[in-house]
Design a protein around this ligand. Structure first.
Ligand SMILES: Nc1ncnc2c1ncn2[C@@H]1O[C@H](COP(=O)(O)OP(=O)(O)OP(=O)(O)O)[C@@H](O)[C@H]1O
Length: 596
């Protein structure tokens, strides 16, 4: 895979127009703050412009032996203008911060709101690294730009415009002389911008990749240790850090060359202005004071233009980050399911289903099976046979590449992920307990549920006794850095959420695989509580789960090799029977429970 392909984002990046449209929409909603900010910066600049004029006047006054009192008055005006410039600048900064923080809060809320609704297939392909970088690093970059860079840039842009107008107002020839620097600035900008923009974009993507690898390594640290694969992973992280660092260095080298061109532009402009000024004074066309004012005005431009150019990389980086945030916000929402379609009975039909992850190998190959309303289907097969993938496709998390999955008679392509969720609830092995009171965690599945409903759900999965024994019962704060729950209890909480979600079809993917033998038995009873009265699909690693099912589908290499009632399959003496014998032979395995 080429470097460019490896840094290709899955989540979109908005183009410049879309980014501005979203930001401008927000700014238009707060016209008061936006205009106050601009007015404050403009007034600060007008006050700042008075200084070169007064200093030029003072030069002429000194040459002409002006009255002492006039000079004192001019110095007082100079002081007042200085204080005014500072005061207005402060107001500008404060309002700019308010404006920026408001916009940023809006962006962050919209990104998070959109991110949590992204289809599983998109999240699966994008990985959490890119998303985390967007809501973390990109928001930080934009915040930094809003607080530090943006006020400077707005101030500098206004200063540049007003100073240029002021110079031409003084004498058009002096103004033109100052413009001698413009072609060099223009050349420098034309050289820099097309190189810098893609480079900054690539740098952000490389940082995202590095974060992705780091998150993956931390998440999978136990697996890495188990396979003694720490060193390759550390090398992979180092390689990605190196790539990000290399890109950062390239942007810095680019900036250094660019800064050199700016210094040359200033030299040319000032030399031209002083030469023309000298000739004009010689001709008595302008006074020495006027040339002094022009030179000071031109010198005054160095700062703002330098700021505009030097902060360009921050502005670029903020622009790229902003485009990445808006890219997520603007992702098309999946069409809402048509409520009229979801009226059938809760059956599942899988018809000639083929599925592969992106351009990878075929994972599910021509899979067909049916689960009638109220039936329990067990999916069995060796690790990697495709059980989880099949369960996820049935749940609408991934869409078939070929063939179809029909839930209650409607294709999941029509239903979409959100529509399928109205019918199917799924619990997977890596259940998550959210930080907060247990009550809130459970209510994620049923926001309107009262304590009685929660207790009934907990009771049906055999969790009520230990929840009642918690220090604060349902109010106990659970999750990371709070009251710890064992893996088995976390799964019971997930199962209780499934009961509360009350969907007609449930999918349990290894919901009982985590625990040891005693816990496993309890969890199997809990799972029985969940599937009772519902159409259910159980990914069964423990063959006792398969025995309790109405029908079993045996998967091998992504194909259904056997399908039927478990007793029949055992009698047939083929694939399922072989698994059954192997399972008996491994009775030393502590994770295996004895069939009841
Ligand atoms: N997100 C993914 N991207 C690419 N390949 C994947 C992804 N998830 C699973 N696979 C691959 O698909 C194949 C089937 O995996 P799946 O998890 O569906 O099997 P399984 O039968 O559930 O295995 P296990 O019992 O170990 O969970 C495996 O080869 C796996 O590496």
């Amino acid at each position: 895979m080429s470097g460019d392909e490896s840094t290709r984002p899955v989540l979109p990046i908005a183009d410049r127009r879309t980014t501005w449209r979203v930001v401008a929409q927000d700014l238009r909603a707060r016209p008061g703050i936006a205009s106050t900010t601009l007015i404050a910066f403009a007034l600060s600049n007008v006050c700042g412009l008075l200084a070169p004029w007064i200093l030029g006047w003072l030069v002429d006054a000194a040459i002409d032996d002006a009255a002492h009192s006039d000079i004192v008055k001019a110095v007082v005006v100079l002081g007042v203008a200085g204080v005014g410039a500072g005061g207005f600048l402060l107001v500008g900064y404060v309002y700019m911060a308010r404006l920026g923080e408001g916009t940023l809060a809006m962006l962050r809320e919209r990104v998070v709101a959109r991110a949590v609704r992204l289809p599983t297939s998109v999240l699966d392909r994008a990985g959490s690294g890119d998303l985390l970088t967007r809501v973390g690093d990109d928001v930080a970059t934009v915040t930094q730009a809003i607080n530090n860079t943006l006020p400077m840039v707005v101030g500098a842009a206004l200063a540049t415009g007003l100073t240029a107008v002021s110079m031409f107002g003084l004498d058009w020839r002096l103004g033109l002389a100052g413009l001698a620097c413009a072609p060099i600035y223009a050349f420098a900008a034309r050289w820099y911008v097309p190189r810098a923009v893609p480079l900054y974009e690539r740098e952000r993507l490389a940082v995202g990749e590095r974060a992705q690898t780091l998150v993956g390594a931390l998440d999978g640290s136990e697996t890495l240790r188990a396979y003694r694969a720490e060193d390759p992973m550390v090398s992979s992280i180092a390689a990605r850090s190196q790539a990000a660092m290399g890109l950062r260095l390239r942007t810095f080298r680019l900036l250094t060359t660019f800064t050199g061109w700016m210094n040359r532009a200033e030299l040319v402009g000032l030399a031209a202005l002083l030469s023309v000024g000298f000739l004009l004074v010689d001709d008595d066309a302008v006074s020495v004071g006027a040339v002094t004012t022009a030179a000071l005005l031109f010198h005054r431009l160095f700062g703002p233009i330098g700021t505009l150019m030097v902060t360009f990389d921050d502005v670029q980086a903020a622009g790229v980050s902003l485009a990445r945030l808006v890219g997520v916000i603007e992702m098309a929402e999946a069409a809402a399911p048509d409520a009229g379609q979801v009226t059938g009975s809760p059956s599942v039909r899988v018809e000639s289903l083929t599925y592969r992850y992106d351009d990878g190998p075929v994972i599910l190959d021509d899979v067909s099976l049916a689960v009638e309303p109220g039936e329990r289907l067990a999916l069995v097969g060796a690790s990697g046979a495709g059980k989880t993938t099949l369960a996820s496709v049935i749940a609408g998390r991934f869409m078939p590449d070929a063939g179809d999955v029909r839930v209650a008679g409607v294709s999941t392509r029509q239903l979409g992920e959100a529509g399928a969720r109205e019918w199917v609830a799924m619990v997977s092995q890596d259940v998550h307990v959210f930080y907060g009171p247990l009550r809130e965690d459970l209510r994620l599945a049923a926001p309107d549920a009262g304590d009685d409903d929660l207790r009934a759900a907990l009771d049906s999965v055999g969790a009520l006794s230990w929840v009642d024994a918690l220090p604060d019962g349902l109010s106990t704060v659970v999750g990371e850095n709070a009251h710890p729950l064992t893996a088995a209890r976390a799964q019971q909480v997930a199962l209780a959420r499934l009961v509360l979600a009350d969907r007609p079809i449930v999918i349990l993917d290894e919901a009982t695989a985590e625990a040891g033998s005693t816990g496993a038995y309890e969890l199997e009873c809990a799972a029985d509580g969940v599937v009772a009265g519902r159409t259910s699909i159980v990914v069964a690693h423990r063959l006792t789960q398969a025995l309790a099912a109405d029908r079993v589908a045996v998967l091998e290499g992504g194909r259904v090799v056997e399908f039927g009632p478990p007793a029949e399959l055992i009698e047939r003496g083929a694939a399922f029977a072989r698994l059954w014998d192997a399972w008996h032979a491994s009775s030393g395995d502590v994770s295996v429970t004895t069939p009841s």
